[in-house]
Design a protein around this ligand. Structure first.
Ligand code: SF4
Ligand code: SF4
Length: 316
């Protein structure tokens, strides 16, 4: 695919950040209709904390100058009874920022007790499962602390209007909140489910709803939807990642990409991946052997499938 720019970079505020994503298990208390079953089948258990701590220390030694942003996700990470202990250890070892991606099903007491441990929180809103009133109260609690809170509002067709209305209510009534309208993919494919033209227009014109107060500037990359493009004359433009996906402009085949150098993903089996789009190209496994000291790579793929992969620096 031809692009009218030669570099795609995160905003300068995210320079020198190492973005690490850690998928804990396939345990989830929800079974959303659009979720691939391997992400919620409860077959893969939570990991061994010490293996991750040792991996994290090695990574920090390779990149002593970088700041770490750790995203903890799925199935549902708050089901792990070791989660809070592990997060406390990571805080004791580093100044890493910790980002939690959760379906927000823990009760409000849990959030009151543990909120301070997380720098950035992403709730996913699942209209089939979530109690809207409780969800709303948890959003209020978190934003009271002026933490960054983003909502991934899952736009399944059956509930589209209701979810859009709820997204606007959150945007209008909860200071600092960011609501991302998430189009849903057909299971195990990169294709989106059917949306009417009006619905597609909503994704194109208003993919992210932001309260008028705007979120606090935390300097944390997760949840950022804006990248910079730089053309051959050095002209910089801002570009919205969700729109790239909707317009199918998310292809950088043969470009040089910093996957594995600025960013890594550990899947629920413990495999260490340069990027999520390449599940077979691993750097090893945190439970066995691995090599973390790697150079940028040429992208071999037709499409760069998700926002966190697109967020990695790339150049022609
Ligand atoms: S909450 Fe998330 S991980 Fe759990 S079933 Fe729904 S989409 Fe899948
Ligand atoms: S698919 Fe992976 S290697 Fe290719 S551009 Fe995206 S992040 Fe980089």
């Amino acid at each position: 695919m031809k692009h009218n720019y030669i570099k795609l970079l995160p905003q300068p505020i995210f320079k020198n950040i190492f973005h690490l994503e850690w998928e804990l298990s396939s345990k989830c208390n929800y079974h959303c209709s659009y979720c691939p079953s391997n992400l919620n089948d409860n077959k893969i258990n939570f990991p061994e904390p010490n293996k991750f701590i040792s991996f994290f220390q090695k990574l920090k030694n390779i990149y002593p100058e970088k700041k770490f942003h750790l995203t903890i996700l799925g199935g549902e990470p708050t089901l792990w009874d070791k989660l809070i202990d592990v997060v406390k250890i990571i805080h004791s070892l580093s100044d890493a920022k910790i980002h939690l991606l959760t379906n927000a099903s823990k009760n409000i007491k849990w959030w009151e007790k543990n909120l301070e441990l997380f720098d950035n929180i992403h709730f996913s809103y699942h209209p089939e499962k979530t109690n809207k009133d409780e969800f709303f109260e948890k959003c209020k609690l978190i934003t009271k602390t002026k933490k960054f809170l983003a909502i991934n509002c899952m736009m399944n067709q059956k509930y589209f209007n209701d979810s859009y209305k709820f997204a606007k209510k959150l945007r209008d009534e909860i200071p600092y909140i960011v609501v991302i309208l998430k189009p849903i993919k057909i299971n195990d494919t990169k294709e989106l489910i059917y949306y009417t033209d009006d619905q597609k227009d909503i994704f194109l014109n208003e993919p992210v709803l932001i309260h008028k107060t705007h979120p606090p500037k935390t300097g944390i990359s997760f949840g950022s939807s804006i990248m910079n493009t730089i053309d051959k004359n050095g002209v910089i433009k801002r570009i919205n990642v969700s729109q790239l996906i909707i317009k199918k402009q998310n292809s950088w085949k043969h470009w040089e990409c910093n996957a594995g150098v600025d960013s890594m993903f550990i899947n629920m089996n413990g495999d260490i991946l340069r990027c999520l789009s390449q599940p077979t190209l691993t750097l090893g496994n945190i439970n066995n052997e691995y090599n973390l000291d790697v150079n940028p790579m040429r992208c071999p793929l037709e499409f760069c499938s998700c926002k966190s992969n697109i967020f990695i620096s790339k150049k022609q």
